[in-house]
Design a protein around this ligand. Structure first.
Ligand code: FES
Length: 114
């Protein structure tokens, strides 16, 4: 779901992001955001783990979960919530859509559409 007033930030063409792939972008003034293409659809979360400084795009995806490559905390791609330690804080999630074959992130002024 998108929100009124959100800014659409183009990520890539959908054909360049097949199922199983992830792409990381850094919208101006914001932290890196990764867009995961899972068999359930596209999900966007802040790329940096909330435990320490690891890129979740380098992690392992299973279903709608990504496992951090550093200390193996797992985050739900739909909610950003970690399933257990060492991470305790959720990563932010962002809305994604596809318009004319382009993957778009929908961001408000704080970079968080939630
Ligand atoms: S940096 Fe991700 S779990 Fe520690």
């Amino acid at each position: 779901m998108t929100h009124p007033g959100a800014t659409a930030f183009p990520v890539c063409e959908l054909v360049t992001l097949p199922v199983g792939e992830v792409v990381t972008v850094t919208p101006p003034g914001l932290a890196p955001i990764s867009v995961f293409h899972t068999s359930d659809g596209l999900y966007a979360i802040d790329d940096t783990c909330t435990h320490q400084d690891a890129s979740l795009a380098d992690g392992w995806v299973e279903g709608c979960t990504v496992e951090c490559p550093l200390h193996e905390a797992c985050f739900d791609l739909r909610t950003g919530v970690p399933s257990g330690p060492p991470a305790k804080i959720a990563v932010r999630t962002h809305d994604v859509s596809i318009v004319d074959g382009t993957v778009l992130l929908h961001l408000d002024q704080k970079g968080d559409a939630r």
